[in-house]
Write a protein that binds this ligand. Sequence first.
Ligand SMILES: O=C(O)[C@H](CS(=O)(=O)O)OP(=O)(O)O
Ligand SMILES: [Mg+2]
Length: 226
Amino acid sequence: MNIDIVQGHFPPPNPDGATVVIDVIRAFTTSYYAFCNGVRTIYPVATPEAAFDLKADHPDALLAGEIDALPIAGFDFGNSPWEMQHADLAGRPLILRTTNGVIATLNAFPCAHLFVAGLVNADATAEAIAALGVDQVVLVASHPTGDEDLACAQYLRGRLGGDGISLDEAVQRTRDARAARKFLSGDHPRLRAADIELAATPVETAFALRVHSGDPLQILPEPRSA
Ligand SMILES: O=C(O)[C@H](CS(=O)(=O)O)OP(=O)(O)O
Ligand SMILES: [Mg+2]
């Protein structure tokens, strides 16, 4: 298996292989906890306007996301795993707009298989990719310069049989990442240290998150292979 790591919002085409878009702080940690708390599907969108337009077609949808890490006016939630844990989401679709993970996901097709991941579900993602039997894997650290997504990509590469780093190192690099500072400083009530705690805590029983092509794209939990 050939495994490439790239950084940023523009994954290379990977028509026969598997691509994983990684966003540890916070888009796919938020997505994971949204599903844990009952969300039915996630629609990733590029802009607040696209979110409001899509909600017109899905009136039961909830809106989550950020601009400059802060909640968007008129949205129900920030891009916050803690907020996902503390809300009633059962059976609702979620429309998600974020700066890095969501934008890279929207740019990731063409690829044969697309997943999104954080450290929370990195092991489950590695298992799902290994089960595909593909020759080419692209790991996309979606923050163009941040270390948290790159560390997760390097951990995932190791889990897939390539050069890797330990889970402890990936956890520490998440806590130390520049993007984590504004949450850990306590300067803003909607930027919570609890979000970083959740982003930096792998969950052994987690599930992978697969992106299904179509208009709109949908993110759905992937059943774990036995
Ligand atoms: O809301 C987030 O955590 C980030 C923005 S930043 O890196 O914290 O400024 O968006 P994401 O798309 O989840 O990286
Ligand atoms: Mg991020």
